[in-house]
Design a protein around this ligand. Structure first.
Ligand code: MF3
Ligand code: CO
Ligand code: CO
Length: 257
């Protein structure tokens, strides 16, 4: 590729690959018995040892290096001494900075006691993200992405979180445009080559309403139902798209083996 965004894409590839390799590495450790703080430390060290920095650390007062969102936590869960159990479902969200560029990706993890409904929620969330990605090319509009995700999710009886969205990302963590995971066809900003952004649908088993806990970060479902999320960082090419945060080990959704 040789165009005015090829250098930017090369940097996005490097940051994105470190983020996905971090999740790949963590997969062996994210098991019942580990605390979310231990996951945080492993991630911080791995990213540092590979020439990057963990973007969440000290971001707007966040004091950990990644987000761990368990069960009814929608996003921005703060690592703690909480130990994972067989029945937890957890999202681990990594953001790296390498040479000033950002890679942002998250996956769900589940274990032995995952209920049929939770598994269905996780599968639906992954599939909704991929449906949103597969239509990407110059000329489509942001509403087309939201429509694709929302219509699939609602047909399965789940709901799309409104209060958080995907975002532009390059040499800043969060930049315009907002990428809503709901919407109407043929609506909103038109995509053009060189754009880079995340798609990161948060899907609830029950209603889409969320609230933020007193820690100022942890977003939870109001009705206490389970929530799931996956995230990729993507670039729009001349005629299609590129995923910068694809797993090197081929991990897509649980079970990872
Ligand atoms: N990684 C999250 C996202 O997908 C943002 C986390 S911000 C933090 O945009 F401060 F909570 F880490
Ligand atoms: Co993001
Ligand atoms: Co993220």
């Amino acid at each position: 590729m040789s165009n005015d965004f090829s250098e930017k894409f090369e940097k996005m590839r490097i940051a994105g690959k470190l983020a996905s390799k971090t999740l790949d590495m963590l997969t062996d450790f994210i098991k019942p018995g580990i605390s979310t703080d231990e996951i945080d430390k492993l991630s911080y060290e791995f990213i540092k040892d590979n020439g990057g920095y963990s973007a969440p650390l000290y971001y707007r007062g966040f004091n950990k290096s990644l987000c761990t969102s368990l069960n009814r936590v929608v996003c921005h869960g703060i690592p703690s001494d909480r130990i994972l159990t067989e029945s937890d479902v957890v999202n681990v969200d990594i953001t790296t900075i390498v040479n000033d560029y950002y890679g942002d990706t998250s996956r769900m993890f589940s274990f032995g006691d995952v209920s049929v409904k939770a598994k269905n929620l996780i599968d639906t969330t992954y599939e909704s993200m991929m449906r949103g990605i597969k239509i990407l090319k110059p000329g489509i509009r942001l509403g087309d992405i939201g429509f694709e995700i929302e219509s699939f999710v609602e047909e399965k009886g789940f709901s799309v979180v409104r209060d958080f969205c995907g975002h532009g990302i390059s040499n800043a963590f969060h930049e315009p445009p907002n990428i809503l995971h709901y919407g109407e066809k043929n609506n909103g900003l038109e995509l053009s080559p060189g754009m880079t952004f995340t798609i990161e649908p948060m899907i609830n088993e029950g209603k889409y309403d969320v609230k933020v806990l007193n820690d100022g970060w942890t977003a939870v479902t109001k009705d206490k139902s389970l929530s799931a999320q996956f995230e990729h960082t993507i670039g729009i090419t001349e005629d299609s798209y590129e995923i910068f945060t694809e797993s090197v080990k081929g991990y897509r959704k649980p079970p990872y083996n």
